[in-house]
Design a protein around this ligand. Sequence first.
Ligand code: SIN
Length: 486
Amino acid sequence: MQAFDVIVVGAGVAGLCTALAAAPRRVLLVCRGRPGSDGSSAWAQGGIAAAVGDGDDWKQHYDDTLRAGAGHNLRAAVERLTQSAPDTIGWLQQLGLAFDRDGERPALGREGGHLRHRILHSGGDATGACLMRTLAAALSRSSHVTVIDGCDLEGLLLCGSQVCGVSVRDAGGRSVEYGAAAVVLATGGIGGLYRYTTNPGCVDGAGLALAIAAGAATADLEFVQFHPTALAPNGSEGGQRLPLVTEALRGAGAVLVDGGGRRLMAGLHPMQDLAPRDVVSRAVWHAQADGIAVYLDARMLGNAFRRRFPTVHALCAAQGIDPLRQPIPIIPAQHFHMGGVRVDLESRSSLDGLFAVGEVACNGVHGANRLASNSLLEGAVFGRALGARLAAALPSPARGSTRGVRLRPAADDAARLRLRALLWRGLGLLRDAPGIRSVIDTIAADHALGECWQGQLATHLATSALARPESLGSHHRSDAPHLARA
Ligand code: SIN
């Protein structure tokens, strides 16, 4: 079995930052797609939040993060994130990332939940793509990382209770095992479990499911974020990735309206269209449940739309929508998972040798609802820090015989579609006890769903949702009152 110092699984922002910062350790990076295009990061339109503007400071960014997270956040993690943000921006610039400028200074946008303009962008609304190109280019200049793409994670190797390697199915369909002192999961979120999601199809929760199978502790699995503005599907397909219509548009002045042009958010929240994401998503959901179509009206941006939001402009054009002349039809879609593999501030899971960073991890930083543009930031801050720590010291080598823990078989296409529809209905933006129970019961009664790892992961999510009989942040129980802890 080939051995490395560190194995990183997943090549989104968190995985690449970990791998880069772990130099000179010998790192194996295994991923499904190619570095630079793997996972959700490359699709991120909104930017990276950092308190770098005049009059701003990390404490205000911290306060906004806590308020969006309904106070459920781990304060020490929020402190680390917001304090490290400006320095992380500098590190990304050194790697070659060019942020959009307003004359001599970085151009700063605003998004939901932020009381200040503090979002840095690159390429307008193509920040994720620009960031990932930069990190992939840095990777190609790094001799300490071996990349194997086209791989599916199949299993974890354990010596006693310590994780000491992975087993992957390579592009040729062969099962291959690799050993390492440290295994880092950076496999992203769970969008592929939902009917509508802004995540690409490869982001399906496999890393989380495997960590659970190996006995790793999890946290906050019930907190699933829905973005209020995905481009509405123009057919009635069963399950799919919907293009995002970035929140930065609302930061630039766009507003949510009904078919008659009436403002949706007026009177619903003091921050109106820039209220935290869970609040806006629920408003859209309620309106649509009442049969009211909802649009994002960005016509007031005029020609600046094309210049500042080229990605959304092209996505609209591909569906025959001219956002300079007509409001954009939108629906909410699953976007981010705040819960995941429980890790401490050093990204260590409850299993020795196993680490997790980025969306698959839960270090408590996002609380019950992530603040806009804190996700690329989280991947970069905690990934870079973990890589640097592993560069300085590796876990002690595991001793004893090795055993494998494997993922159960994957759902076939038909079962996956059933599951996506089931979670959309029972574990969506609004939940209640009977709906959540019906997710658990339906999976148990459906042999194909009950036996596959996706069905088991969905059961874990539903069980966590049932165990929190209160509404908090993104976890909105229509059968329980809303708490506000911020
Ligand atoms: C967006 O551009 O609206 C999404 C940004 C984010 O998820 O933080």
